[in-house]
Design a protein around this ligand. Structure first.
Ligand code: PLP
Ligand code: SF4
Length: 347
């Protein structure tokens, strides 16, 4: 297997001069398919479809991500995650707008309480990157931000339920929020005595690692919570030295860093890539957590990998890697009390 894996995940272009502040980077994401096509030298024949697909779900590519894509390579695994394609416009039976039925488990707007002991708070609908396979691509809250009244209702809900010990900041991407805002939110949460853990689900340490500033790590290290950050990386080529640095800063602040990935056709649907991903993650201080099977969201059927194939890939991975480097193959089934594992002995 390894002999067939000559490809080095070197860092392609490194020609883009990046601005210093993460806020500037966040405001300078690429949104027009023409710009992407011209920068990466992609064939014009795909541009019309890209424009049409981006009307359904906007294209959004941060510059640090663009910098890791190989020019002219339509099979580049990072390109495939952000390139709007004509395939997205196909209607495929069984692929729906809200595959997880999340719109119906919000006791309070902005809060999802599906599992015992932990609640998910949707801080913002905004992301630094728009992943074409995202199951939130049709969510009505798109760019909504949690307002003060809503936040107070969420605090009241958590305060009233002493079985809740962990709050998960999610989105969109919660680290799109400013440090000032995060400080306020954390101060409020710290007053709730039964909370012990804070979890942050964010793709920013990968797609825009400049977000992990000293002020953020200081802020996190000063709370009384045990903090877990679950980053989201699907392919080892995403993990360049700037990502390694961001993870190191989080770890030094006492944050446990885990990774979740989504199994995607044409991106990471092979034993070789997933093995390299786990090894690369561990080498920068991250443990693999979940590998999610793809959610049947409308417009993204071309990313689907059938369950049997997914299970086979993970079984092979179990033979190649130590147990702690094998992610749990999981899916979210509406109505279940936890994620559902596809391979029982991974429980
Ligand atoms: C995935 C998820 C969680 C976290 O589940 P873990 O198994 O603890 O990682 C919590 N709440 C919701 C609504 C989720 O979708
Ligand atoms: S970063 Fe996460 S929430 Fe945002 S588009 Fe990508 S997968 Fe979806």
């Amino acid at each position: 297997m390894r002999a067939n894996f000559p490809r080095k995940y070197s860092y392609m272009n490194s020609t883009i001069k990046l601005p210093d502040s993460w806020q500037t980077l966040l405001s300078q994401t690429l949104k027009r398919p023409e710009e992407l096509f011209s920068y990466l030298q992609l064939p014009d024949s795909l541009l019309d479809d890209a424009n049409r697909a981006s009307l359904e779900f906007a294209m959004r590519v941060p510059l640090p991500w663009l910098d890791r894509i190989e020019k002219g390579n339509l099979d580049d695994p990072l390109l495939r995650q952000i390139l709007p394609l004509g395939d997205e416009l196909d209607t495929v039976p069984g692929f729906t707008n809200d595959p997880l039925e999340e719109m119906s488990s919000n006791p309070v707007e902005g809060l999802i309480h599906k599992y015992k002991g932990r609640v998910l708070v949707v801080l913002t609908g905004a992301c630094a990157i728009n992943c074409r396979y995202c199951f939130r691509r049709h969510f009505p809250y798109a760019e909504n931000r949690l307002g003060p009244e809503q936040w107070q209702k969420i605090l009241d809900y958590i305060t009233a339920d002493t079985s809740i010990t962990e709050v998960i900041f999610s989105g969109g991407d919660p680290l799109v929020s400013s440090d000032t805002r995060l400080t306020q939110l954390l101060n409020d949460l710290q007053k709730i005595p039964h909370l012990t853990r804070l979890r942050i689900h964010s793709r920013l340490p990968v797609v825009l690692p400049q977000r992990v500033t000293e002020s953020l790590t200081t802020l996190l290290s000063q709370t009384r919570f045990n903090i877990v950050t679950v980053i989201h990386s699907n392919h080892p080529q995403e993990l360049d030295p700037s990502v390694a640095k961001a993870v190191k800063q989080l770890s030094q602040a006492g944050v446990t860093v885990l990774n979740q990935a989504v199994l995607l056709r044409g991106v990471n649907d092979s034993v070789e890539v997933l093995q390299a991903l786990s090894e690369k993650l561990f080498s920068i201080g991250v443990l693999p957590y979940y590998l999610f099977t793809f959610d049947p969201v409308k417009g993204a059927a071309h990313f689907d990998v059938p369950d049997d194939e997914a299970k086979q890939i993970i079984s092979q991975l179990q033979n190649l890697l130590p147990g702690y480097l094998v992610p749990k193959l999981a899916r979210e089934i509406p109505g279940q009390g936890s994620k559902t594992l596809l391979i029982p002995n991974q429980e």
